[in-house]
Write a protein that binds this ligand. Structure first.
Ligand code: ASC
Length: 147
């Protein structure tokens, strides 16, 4: 049955590259990406409160929050597969895929740097990393999220 192995691999690979196929329904994809964004916003907000002085700086909490943000910022993108237009997503996401991908990659890069900054264990590093992250959130939302 050696011949069946490549077929299994082809099936597995085509499933993973087709993001749409990961969700049973479009509304599941929308709920998934909005849920990931919501969790992300909660943890970014906690870090933002520390960075702005609205909450006391807690180095351990900063790392815990930044770890969540670094991981969860990888997730929403799978929820924007072909044919999943809707929710707060502007149609431009599907029309300007290169630009959307670039911003998604910028976010993941910003959140990795944020985690590094949190691990550095000082408030100034955290503040410095929050600026670009906030700018990336805002740029993408201004461009690709409905009001
Ligand atoms: C957040 C959040 C956003 C961004 C954005 C940054 O915490 O929910 O959408 O930061 O406000 O400009």
């Amino acid at each position: 049955m050696k011949a069946s192995i490549p077929l299994v691999l082809v099936a597995a690979c085509s499933f993973s590259v087709s993001a749409g196929a990961q969700f049973a329904k479009t509304e599941d994809a929308i709920k998934y990406r909005q849920s990931a964004m919501f969790i992300q916003s909660q943890h970014v907000a906690r870090l933002g409160a520390m960075a702005s002085g609205r909450a006391p700086y807690d180095a351990t909490a900063a790392v815990a929050n930044a770890e969540v943000v670094a991981e969860i910022s990888k997730l929403p993108w799978a929820g924007f597969g072909p044919g999943t237009e809707g929710g707060k997503a502007k149609p431009e996401i599907w029309q300007e895929q290169a630009k959307f991908k670039e911003l998604s990659e910028r976010l993941m890069s910003d959140t990795e740097k944020l985690l590094g900054a949190a691990k550095a264990g000082n408030l100034d590093a955290l503040k410095a990393a929050m600026g670009p992250l906030g700018e990336t959130c805002k740029t993408c939302h201004d461009t690709f999220r409905k009001k």
